[in-house]
Design a protein around this ligand. Structure first.
Ligand code: NDP
Length: 478
């Protein structure tokens, strides 16, 4: 696979490559160029050159290219999904959904082209009128992690492009293939050279060059909180705009009046989808005492029966491997820490056995009860399929415990009582509260965290403000 810079496929100038390995089998999937600072600069300069004509093009023309780009992606869903599964580990179904979401996101933001507008303001003295116009920023750097490469790229490039920015994408070093292929396919719609580039290379080299280079006006970043802090500190040198989508430890609260079967299903999807490697996965479960036993039994059955672990290419698989061996070790460390502090493993808590699992980073869906609140898994982000379960007496206790976290990304509550739902919406410290619904981020609503989960929004029309700046214009009419 090659990178895409200045309208063409290319290799790294220095000729180096990185091998991408399949997390389920350990086999080599492909190689990508291992870009250096020189390659990153070439992409940035090409995006800079493309900016004037792209930003002055009618938004409807930009939209037409994005619609065509979406069509190109849709026509290649089976191919892209297979590539994504082989490099990332997720199931084919998850990869298909993700590829489809990239196309939908392109269409959603292309569809907003007619809604881009500013304001008109009457001014009395001196007699004039004012306008507040919105202008694109210029070159935008999109730094993307490996857990949802395509949707997390889409969240950044789609709003950036429709308002007239040009973009350089930096995928994660371990999951660049589907991104590189999709950028190529989107460009095949006829985008002018330099508008959308992808540079594959290490975060410490390509990522840091995007952050340091004076021509890049904004960094959209998703990843670990500690990396996000570094991005923000470095971006301050050039006073760049930043959007930071960082870690989360989302609480799910189940009240005693909830629809229990639906909530069990949602807890399973919320924790085990994508092998638990999602920023807004459910990472702490708070159950009202009255329903706790019934819920725990139902969720145990769900974890053991529904989430068949295996190679993502196998149709029967519901949960693939962890993306890297290091990710699996992190989860194991957290489970062991909890057990060492007195927690009980209700199910899972180990690697599956059998020849088909020997070469991949597999781990069983895991539920933990009696977890002390100072356990790592309760305090830090657990980026894998292990869920600590806590019992609470009432809603006040549930909300207090939910808020006892440095993170504030998503949250959810299951209840039939509007007062409980209202209290959770008002009082949980998070960027999102789902009420009786699956914890997924839709295009229509702004998504982003508070506290150490970052700031800035993706999705919704609100994201457009994070990829543009306001300018005042005053027109004298006296
Ligand atoms: P990182 O934050 O290190 O990586 C995310 C992206 O940032 C990658 O593209 C990475 O590139 C890039 N990057 C890394 N270092 C720099 C840098 N100094 N400057 C600019 N860009 C940089 O996350 P990891 O992939 O290492 O995952 C580690 C942990 O982070 C996970 O275990 C999980 O807990 C959390 N995480 C959370 C996510 C979320 O959505 N909440 C998403 C991903 C991870 P490269 O791959 O080349 O290093």
């Amino acid at each position: 696979m090659q990178m895409f810079i200045a309208g063409e496929l290319c290799n790294a100038a220095a000729g180096q490559t990185t091998e991408i390995r399949n997390p389920a089998t350990g086999e080599a999937v492909d190689t990508v160029p291992k870009a250096t600072v020189e390659d990153a600069r070439r992409a940035i300069e090409s995006a800079h050159q493309a900016f004037p004509s792209w930003s002055q093009m009618a938004a409807s023309d930009r939209a037409a290219l994005m619609f065509k780009g979406a069509q190109n992606v849709k026509e290649h869903i089976p191919e892209i999904a297979e590539l994504l599964t082989r490099e990332q580990g997720k199931t084919l179904l998850e990869s298909r959904i993700e590829t489809q979401r990239l196309a939908e996101n392109l269409e959603f933001f292309a569809g907003l082209h007619g809604a881009l507008r500013g304001q008109h303001v009457e001014i009395a003295k001196p007699k004039a009128y004012g306008m507040v116009i919105k202008r694109p920023l210029g070159v935008v750097g999109s730094i993307v992690p490996w857990n949802f490469p395509l949707t997390l790229m889409a969240n950044k490039i789609c709003p950036a492009l429709i308002v007239g920015n040009t973009v350089v994408v930096k995928p994660a070093s371990t999951a660049p293939l589907a991104i590189a292929r999709c950028v190529e396919l989107i460009n095949a719609a006829g985008f002018p050279p330099g508008v959308l580039n992808v540079v594959t290379g290490p975060g410490a080299v390509v990522g840091e060059e995007l952050i340091a280079h004076p021509l890049v006006r904004k960094i959209g970043f998703t990843g670990e909180t500690e990396t996000g802090k570094r991005v923000m500190a470095q971006a301050s040198n050039e006073l760049k705009h930043v959007t930071l989508e960082l870690g989360g430890s989302d609480p799910m609260i189940v009240c005693d009046d909830a629809n229990i079967p639906e909530a069990i299903r949602a807890a399973g999807v919320g924790r085990f989808f994508n092998c638990g490697q999602a920023c807004l996965a459910i990472k702490r479960l708070y159950l009202f005492d009255a329903i706790a036993d019934e819920f725990i039994e139902g969720l145990k059955q769900n974890a053991e029966q529904r989430w068949k672990v295996g190679n993502g290419m196998d149709k029967a698989t519901r949960m693939g491997p962890l993306h890297t061996a290091g990710q699996r070790e992190e989860v194991e460390k957290m489970v062991q820490d909890a057990v060492g502090r007195g927690a009980e493993v209700l199910t899972g808590g180990k690697r599956p056995t059998g020849v088909e699992y020997e070469r991949g980073n597999f781990y069983l869906p895991t539920l933990l009860v009696d977890v002390p609140e100072d356990a790592l898994i309760a305090r830090e982000e657990c980026f894998g399929p292990a869920l600590p379960i806590f019992r609470v007496k009432n809603l006040d206790e549930a909300i207090d415990k939910a808020n006892n976290s440095k993170y504030g990304l998503g949250s959810s509550i299951w209840t039939r009582d509007i007062r409980n739902a209202h209290a959770a919406s008002e009082r949980i410290e998070a960027g999102y509260t789902w009420v009786n619904s699956l914890q997924i981020a839709v295009d229509e609503l702004p998504f982003g965290g508070t506290k150490q989960s970052g700031f800035g929004k993706e999705h919704g029309t609100e994201v457009l403000d994070h990829y543009s700046e306001l300018k005042s214009v005053m027109v004298g009419v006296a």
